[in-house]
Ligand binder design. Structure first.
Ligand code: ATP
Length: 202
C-alpha cells in the first residue's frame, strides 16, 4: 500500500497544520532530538487505528492532543489524515470507487475518536481492517521505530513469525478468526442458557 500524504493538526508537537508528502520507496525521518520524529511515526500508527495509549507514549488517548506551552494554549482536538493510493482498487467494497483514499481520525477532549474514509464516517474496525488486509497497520513492521531492528535480531522465533505473517498479509485473517471465535463462544453460551431454561421448564 502506497502512502501519499500525511496531514497533522494539533497532534502532539504538531500544533499547526502540517502536511508531508511521502514519496515511493523507503522513507527515513531525520532531525535533531525532540523535533518530533517519533511523533510522526505515532501519527501514522494512530490514524491506522492504534488504540493503546502506551503505544503513543501516553497515559490516555487524549495525551495525543497538543498539550499547550507557555506561549500557546492547549488544543481541544487533534486530527491526522493519511492519503493512500488506491489506483489498484485494493480497498474493501464500499470504499473502492476512487484512485485515492483519505483516512482521517479526529479526537476531541471528552468525546473520543471519530474516523472517516473520504469524508464518510466509519468505525475504527473498518479502518483497522482496511490496513490489515493491505499487509500494513498500526503494528506493522514496515514502520520501524528506534531500537526495533535490534529487538528483531534478539526476538524469539514466535515474534519473528508474526513479522513474516504480517508481511504475508494474513493479519486481517487472524483478526477475523478471533472475532469469529468470540461470536462462537457467545453463541455456545446462549445455547447453554437455552438448555438450562428448557430443563427448568420440563
Ligand atoms: P528523539 O530523537 O530524542 O527520540 P524525536 O525527534 O523522536 O526525539 P519526539 O519524541 O517525536 O522527538 O517529540 C518529542 C517532543 O514532542 C517533545 O518536545 C514533547 O514535549 C513533544 N510532545 C509530545 N506530546 C506532546 C503533546 N501532547 N503536546 C505538545 N507537545 C508534545
Amino acid at each position: 500500500m502506497q502512502f501519499d500524504r500525511l496531514r497533522l493538526n494539533g497532534f502532539k508537537s504538531f500544533v499547526d497544520p502540517t502536511e508531508l508528502v511521502i514519496r515511493r520507496g523507503l522513507t527515513g525521518v531525520v532531525g535533531p532530538n525532540g523535533c518530533g520524529k517519533s511523533n510522526l511515526l505515532e501519527a501514522l500508527r494512530w490514524v491506522m487505528g492504534e488504540n493503546r495509549p502506551t503505544a503513543m507514549r501516553g497515559e490516555g488517548m487524549e495525551d495525543v492532543i497538543f498539550a499547550g506551552t507557555t506561549r500557546r494554549p492547549a488544543r481541544a482536538h487533534a486530527e491526522v489524515g493519511l492519503a493512500i493510493d488506491n489506483s489498484a482498487r485494493l480497498a474493501p467494497v464500499g470504499f473502492n470507487d476512487s484512485d485515492s483514499l483519505e483516512i482521517t481520525r479526529r479526537i476531541t477532549r471528552d468525546a473520543g475518536s471519530a474516523y472517516r474514509i473520504n469524508g464518510r464516517e466509519v468505525r475504527a474496525r473498518d479502518v483497522q481492517m482496511l490496513f490489515a488486509d493491505a499487509s500494513t497497520g498500526s503494528q506493522s513492521p514496515a514502520l520501524v521505530r528506534q531500537g526495533q531492528i535490534s529487538e528483531l535480531i534478539n526476538a524469539k522465533p514466535k515474534s519473528r513469525r508474526r513479522v513474516l505473517e504480517e508481511a504475508a498479509g494474513i493479519g486481517g485473517l487472524y483478526q477475523r478468526r478471533h472475532e469469529a471465535e468470540l461470536k462462537l463462544n457467545g453463541a455456545e453460551q446462549n445455547l447453554a442458557r437455552v438448555d438450562d431454561t428448557l430443563d427448568q421448564l420440563s
